[in-house]
Design a protein around this ligand. Structure first.
Ligand code: NAD
Ligand code: 0WE
Length: 256
């Protein structure tokens, strides 16, 4: 018996084959879950269609810009209509205006701060609220975070503050939804070579830094995020909620 047989999952944040959301979705699928996907806009629809081609007719693909309450509501309406219930939800969405990730944090303007928090943190609260009524047999909600939530990573800036809000939201959601047996956790991943990381100046040297300084002396493979995603979604993690799990080759424990 596979770990997620009979489970239904909803995945936010696939942009292309490198997306962390895609790595976790593939692992959920291989573990027996039936999946639905949202994509940010028409630009990404074709990518998600192509990637999920082999997943079968039961695979729902739905547009969702997480800044829109209406689009979020429509997603859960469709998921409810098609499947009648939900067990798993992956939130793998983040955005801050590029300029906010280049200069100094102290120069963050009000609008960049608002956008980063709306897309990268509030959206978890919004989707968790809509998901909860469908998670009638309990559930597992997972969000993606990064070390910049707790320590200063140069240029991560307002995204670090938004990830701190995401991690704190995870704890408050875990408390609210725990009585319904809905668990809410974060995976804090080491740096991954995705669309969201490309064009970040110095990203390659960050990968090298992890190789040199993380206890395991290497970077993280996407499959390893998939495996952690399956664990957190499975009954093996039935008593784990409100946590941040580091999948970072051990980097987070180091003081120097
Ligand atoms: P990615 O670019 O593949 O995924 C980011 C996703 O966010 C995209 O699918 C994009 O469409 C979506 N998105 C952005 N704005 C949106 C909006 N308004 N509405 C709906 N969707 C929107 O990059 P990724 O690295 O896979 O990022 C996924 C998650 O992992 C993010 O939360 C990111 O912060 C986190 N993370 C990434 C790394 C890394 O080094 N790449 C490390 C730790 C955590
Ligand atoms: O969460 C992230 C990146 C999220 C992200 C990426 C972009 C690039 C394009 C959010 N918004 C945007 N906006 C854009 O216009 N990571 C964990 C990857 C990342 O980003 C960094 C990092 C790391 C690691 C930025 C600066 C320093 C380190």
């Amino acid at each position: 018996m596979s770990a997620l047989n009979g489970k239904t999952g909803l995945v936010f944040g696939v942009a292309n084959k490198r997306s962390i959301a895609w790595a976790i979705a593939q692992a959920w699928h291989a573990a027996g879950a039936r999946l639905a996907f949202t994509y940010q806009g028409d630009r990404l629809k074709g990518n998600v269609e192509q990637l999920t081609e082999t997943f079968g007719e039961d695979t729902l693909l739905l547009p969702c810009d997480v800044t829109s309450d209406e689009e979020i509501r429509a997603v859960f309406q469709s998921v409810g209509d098609r499947y009648g219930k939900l067990d798993l939800l992956l939130h793998s969405v983040a955005f801050a205006p590029k300029a906010a990730l280049e200069g100094k944090f102290v120069d963050t303007d009000r609008e960049s701060f608002r956008v980063a928090h709306d897309i990268s943190a509030y959206s978890l609260v919004a989707v968790a609220r809509e998901a909860a009524p469908l998670m009638s047999d309990g559930g597992s909600i997972i969000a993606m975070s990064y070390y910049g939530a707790e320590k200063v990573v140069p240029h991560y800036n307002v995204m670090g503050v938004a990830k701190a809000a995401l991690e704190a939201s995870t704890r408050y959601l875990a408390n609210d939804l725990g009585p319904q047996r809905i668990r809410v956790n974060c995976i804090s991943a080491g740096p991954m070579n995705t669309l969201a990381a490309r064009g970040i100046s110095g990203f390659t040297s960050m990968l090298k830094h992890y190789e040199a300084h993380a206890p395991l002396k290497r970077n993280v493979d996407p499959e390893e995020l998939g495996a952690t995603g399956v664990f957190l979604a499975s009954d093996g993690a039935a008593a784990i909620t409100g946590q941040v799990l580091y999948v970072d080759s051990g980097y987070q424990i180091m003081g120097m």
